[in-house]
Design a protein around this ligand. Structure first.
Ligand SMILES: Nc1nc2c(ncn2[C@@H]2O[C@H](COP(=O)(O)OP(=O)(O)OP(=O)(O)O)[C@@H](O)[C@H]2O)c(=O)[nH]1
Length: 319
């Protein structure tokens, strides 16, 4: 990162982000009550709940409903997308989670074909279930799991990765329901042969917990809340603020800036020019109309956010 490390703690960057009095109330309009009811109904068949969350925000945005309602079962928290996260301080994250009662944590990358972390899931789940005595289902040698989490954290990818890794099979296919029980309740897919392990085939989508505007912004940055509900412009500004705060100046080289900047308009302008995202507009002046080229700030903001989500701006830890 050239000389920019020297600027890491320079006071030229914002130390707090101005959210401009934004309200988070409408950022997650989902009607989740039905899904939750279904999850609760299915719980009796479940030996272990796998909760999946984004490794870049391990301490914020998880749904508290899990702690209150679903926490009656053995539980594994998978922090996914570790390829995008700065996990150099994994121990801090694990310790903080343990203090809040989350005992079993695993970091994964569901997209990497040969990721060893996915191989650890089934043995770890077995260990967790055995430690908890499997409640009153000790005679049963078939295991059933449920995957839950807020949107877009990789629930479906995890299911597919488990099948790919353990069964050498591709896309998830359904297995038949059991007699006498409605298909909706017991449609399961196999994820392991030995031990025989199934997953309820519909991952439980929970609304995230948006306890503050800052949490909302982190969730938005990670793609958990629809961009347009929050606004691409402010997400891009929060991204710039976060990168500067973390001393991650990879955007400078990527977009050919002279130096790091905390001014989003300036950065977006550079991005627009670099990527050719400019528009010709007609300006009306006192001496006639003239055509001018202006940066397309929205397109630039979108590219900046997309680059971050693809990991092109380096690994980050937002919590
Ligand atoms: N970089 C990276 N991307 C991932 C990983 N796992 C999933 N993704 C991507 O994240 C996006 C969401 O993945 P899904 O598996 O659809 O997530 P989901 O939780 O099932 O999403 P919803 O059904 O919307 O709740 C997709 O673009 C995946 O390719 C990972 O470990 N690393």
């Amino acid at each position: 990162m050239r000389l920019f490390h020297a600027l890491r703690d320079a006071s030229r960057f914002r130390s707090v982000f101005d959210f401009g009095g934004r309200e988070v109330a409408h950022w997650f309009p989902g009607h989740m009550a039905k899904g939750l009811k279904q999850m609760r109904a299915n719980l009796k068949n479940v030996d272990c709940v796998i909760e999946i969350h984004d490794a870049r925000i391990p301490l914020s945005g998880r749904n508290p409903v899990f702690e209150d309602t679903l926490n009656v079962k053995p539980h594994l928290l998978i922090l996914n997308k570790m390829d995008l996260a700065d996990v150099s301080n994994k121990q801090r994250v694990v310790r903080t989670l343990q203090k809040s009662g989350v005992q079993n944590v695993l970091f994964t990358d569901c997209l990497k074909q040969s990721d060893t972390s996915i191989k650890k899931v089934v043995p770890l789940v077995m260990e967790i279930i055995e430690k908890s005595m499997r409640f009153n289902r000790a005679e049963n040698t078939t295991y059933c799991l449920m995957v839950i989490g807020v949107p877009n954290v990789g629930k479906s990818s995890l299911i597919n990765a488990l099948r790919r890794t353990n069964l050498k099979k591709g896309r998830a296919s359904r297995v038949g329901g059991e007699p006498g029980i409605t298909k909706a309740v017991l449609t399961r897919i196999q994820v392991s042969e030995r031990p025989l392990m199934y997953l309820l085939d519909t991952p439980g989508v929970l609304p995230p917990r948006i306890e503050s505007v800052e949490t909302g912004m982190k969730l938005a940055l990670c793609g958990t809340i629809l961009d347009h509900l929050v606004g691409e412009d402010i997400i891009a500004d929060y991204l710039l603020y976060s990168l500067n705060r973390l001393g991650n100046f990879s955007y400078v080289e990527k977009y050919s800036l002279q130096e790091p900047s905390d001014d989003i308009q300036h950065v977006l302008k550079r991005i627009a020019v670099k990527l050719g995202k400019t528009q010709r507009v007609t300006a009306i002046t006192g001496v006639g109309n003239i055509n001018v080229t202006v940066p397309n700030y929205t397109a630039a903001a979108y590219d900046f956010i997309r680059a971050f989500r693809k990991g092109e701006l380096g690994q980050v830890m937002l919590d």
